[in-house]
Design a protein around this ligand. Sequence first.
Ligand SMILES: NC(=O)c1ccc[n+]([C@@H]2O[C@H](COP(=O)([O-])OP(=O)(O)OC[C@H]3O[C@@H](n4cnc5c(N)ncnc54)[C@H](OP(=O)(O)O)[C@@H]3O)[C@@H](O)[C@H]2O)c1
Length: 365
Amino acid sequence: MEPHTRSTSAQKLRHMTDTANGRRNYCSNTVMELMASMNRDFLPLYEDFLQTYYSHLELLALVGALYIAFKGFSLLHGCYTLISLLINWCLLKKSTLTRRYGEWAVVTGATDGIGKAYAEELASLGMNIILISRNREKLQNVSDSIAKTYGVKTRFIQADFNRCQEFIHVIKDALKDVDVGILVNNAGVCYEYPQYVTEVPEDKMWEIINVNVAAATMMIHVVLPDMVQRKRGAIINISSASSAFLCPLFAIYGASKSFLDYLSQALHQEYASKGIFIQSMIPFFVTTNLIKPMSKHFQTASLLLPDAKGLAYQAVRTIGVTCRTTGNWAHSIQYYFASCLPKWAWICTVTLMFSTIRRQYLARR
Ligand SMILES: NC(=O)c1ccc[n+]([C@@H]2O[C@H](COP(=O)([O-])OP(=O)(O)OC[C@H]3O[C@@H](n4cnc5c(N)ncnc54)[C@H](OP(=O)(O)O)[C@@H]3O)[C@@H](O)[C@H]2O)c1
């Protein structure tokens, strides 16, 4: 190759190399500039994003901590209630209730079922009893039997709560000079069997409203002022689990019990600081004359279907401890599982159960 040609090639090669280097430099400069601009423009954005992310994370952590604290508190409160119940159970002596609340207990609907069982249980713990119901003969019998069995004083007032406005003055007069320590607002009525509202006779609707709602409220109004003056007393309102869980085919009954449950809880908040204990009792089914005619399955007591005596024994031991209770262990477990169910599952279950009871009841008639 000629010397001239060789030098031209070398020059070309150098030129190409320079050009490539220039391009590379240009590229890296561009990248640098781009990165610099990214640093300049996006870094603050990224930092902002991180900051919000961390502040959200902190917020989530706070919510989590609060939830755990709430659950922990509920657990502690549950343990405290359980221990108080056990202590109350073990230490409940004959004189405890009279010392804590007063000499006399008034029990409405006291001639049968839950009311009668309450009256007997309170008498066994040394309280004098005033029974209120409609039937004089039944009142006399239960009154005599309690006085004889437990050696306490008993009285009775004959009153029909379906005519509450008429009788409330009779009751007020009869209780004028009595140191009422405990009122068990128990008298209550229900449908004969699961019914649609349009099938419930008008009289029955009035009876449910008069007995379950009006009379129960007026009885509280009769005894509360003296209790407040004495700064002691307990009012036990026998509501029902149907106040806590929807019961189709028992709509009016359930609604009347919800009224009593609400009233009890609100009144407890109003009067706890004045020394008055107000309890909402919300049991599930109990084998009594109220439900026995509905189904053959309600005739005999079992674990989930206690009799009135068993219920009253446990329920009396929750007085002064829990202001809303099913009154017995088995129903409390039932309550727990029922409240874990989604609403639709509960509705399906009770609708199926009440429809079956209704079908069987109508077939028997
Ligand atoms: N049994 C259950 O499965 C169940 C479940 C949850 C809640 N409860 C509630 O527990 C309470 C008692 O029910 P229970 O099953 O024991 O009923 P029960 O056996 O039928 O006894 C009802 C009592 O109330 C009296 N009574 C009825 N109507 C009255 C009126 N108009 N005026 C005055 N007293 C009247 C009755 O006496 P007289 O006939 O002599 O008047 C009887 O002493 C009710 O409030 C009920 O809603 C019951």
